[in-house]
Design a binder for this molecule. Structure first.
Ligand code: SF4
Length: 407
């Protein structure tokens, strides 16, 4: 029996099976809640977005600069690699200069974990099975417990234990799950349960299967991601497929999209995945048509420019940019602000109503001006929820997209 949370009430779905589609991705698998700094993970909390720096952690300035950019992009938890003692000793200085929780990513060396805890990190990523002496695991678990610092057990298909690889032949979903549970037991044996788990493979199908399996076996919160997904375009798609399926099934308490390139792209991609599922919204969502033989205007530069101008917005706003009168007015009406463009002219919509006709060269400033007005209202209302569409009935007008006589 698995419990799912809906509208702050836990709902029991006896026949729930993670292999079956759920009708509402807002139904989440019930997990325990931990805190990474002030950010709750699991237990019905919003799915936290995280990323990892790509700088040398020993270089404090570059690392802090990158974290501040991630923070601005909406990253809520950041992880840094801690390859040696020098890097570990810089963690306190980095933490002092940033505004989001800091997680230290450590492999093999328990002394780095102890130093990271001493430096005041908010979380550790550490696989205790990779620490050779039981005493050392005890020391790390005790120090983390004293400061209530959670540990993420992060199993990765590329670094599975030899014994498990021998047993399964390759890093299958079962192999990932067995590895993760063996690490979990090592911490539980120390009385430590501030645990989060990830099981990542670079292909979505193995990753999905592994998370589905472990979600039936434990209620620790799950950090989901497709590891080494690739460059932004293909890696973003791979992540959207893998993570989208898991999230749709109610699995996943925090998300990291792993891309080769600018880490702020990871954060943007994560919000797009969450936004597409209606789980969280941040910033502008642009609905734009692909254009076809009916369009009488080249909208591509318009979309690019609007996207650029709204890139730093944090309020959730839907902006439609459409290329003709077939689907254009319908989509533009449904958005918070939209245009349906014809030859040399566009209809400008705001909250379902036509505001006015604008000439082609006025499209971008007019759209931004209307979006800005909505943003001001949203900010005033201190809205961070899903934007409300106009409750007024849609006002139909006789205006059409016939070109204006532009003199
Ligand atoms: S909205 Fe119009 S121009 Fe755009 S793809 Fe659809 S039919 Fe073509």
């Amino acid at each position: 029996m698995i419990l799912l949370k809906k509208n702050n009430n836990f709902q029991t779905l006896n026949a729930w099976n993670v292999g079956l589609r759920l009708s509402d991705p807002k139904l989440r698998r019930k997990t325990r809640q931990i805190f990474i700094g002030r950010v709750p993970v699991g237990g019905g909390a919003p799915i936290a977005v995280q990323s990892m720096t790509k700088t040398d952690t020993r270089d404090v300035s570059s690392t802090v600069d990158q974290i501040l950019l991630l923070q601005k992009a909406g990253c809520e938890i950041v992880r840094v690699a801690v390859p040696d003692r020098k890097a570990a000793e810089k963690l306190g200085e980095i933490k002092k200069r940033i505004g989001i929780p800091l997680v230290a990513d450590i492999h093999f060396d328990y002394r780095l974990a102890l130093e990271a805890i001493e430096q005041g990190v908010d979380g550790l990523r550490l696989n205790p099975g990779n620490i050779s002496h039981k005493d050392h695991i005890t020391r790390v678990a005790k120090a983390a417990q004293e400061r209530r610092i959670p540990i993420r057990i992060g199993v990765n298909a590329g670094s599975l234990e030899k014994t498990i690889l021998r047993k399964y032949g390759h890093p299958s979903a079962d192999a990932l799950v067995e590895s993760a549970l063996s690490h979990v037991r090592l911490l539980e044996d120390q009385g430590f349960d501030l645990i989060k788990i990830s099981l990542k493979a670079s292909d979505p199908l193995s990753t999905i299967s592994a998370y589905q399996k472990i979600s039936r076996l434990t209620d620790y919160p799950l950090h989901i991601g497709i590891t080494e997904a690739g460059p932004p375009f293909s890696g973003g798609i791979k992540s959207a497929v893998g993570l989208g399926i898991l999230l749709y099934q109610g699995i996943g308490d925090t998300i990291r999209v792993s891309l080769t390139g600018d880490p702020t792209m990871e954060v943007k991609a994560a919000y797009h995945i969450l936004g597409a599922l209606g789980l969280r919204h941040r910033g502008a969502e642009i609905i734009s048509c692909p254009l076809c033989g009916r369009s009488e205007i080249n909208l591509e530069p318009v979309v690019r420019e609007v996207e650029k101008r709204l890139a730093d917005w944090t309020v959730p706003i839907h902006v439609a940019i459409m290329g003709c009168c077939v689907n254009g007015p319908g989509e533009a009406r449904e958005a918070d602000v939209g245009i349906a463009a014809g030859k040399g002219v566009a209809l400008l919509f705001r909250k379902g109503e036509i505001i006015r006709k604008v000439k082609e060269k006025e499209m971008i400033p007019a759209l931004i001006e209307e979006a800005e007005a909505i943003r001001k209202i949203m900010k005033k209302e201190n809205s961070c929820a899903i934007p409300k569409r106009s409750s007024k009935p849609i006002k139909r007008t006789r205006q059409t997209l016939k070109p204006l006589a532009i003199n």
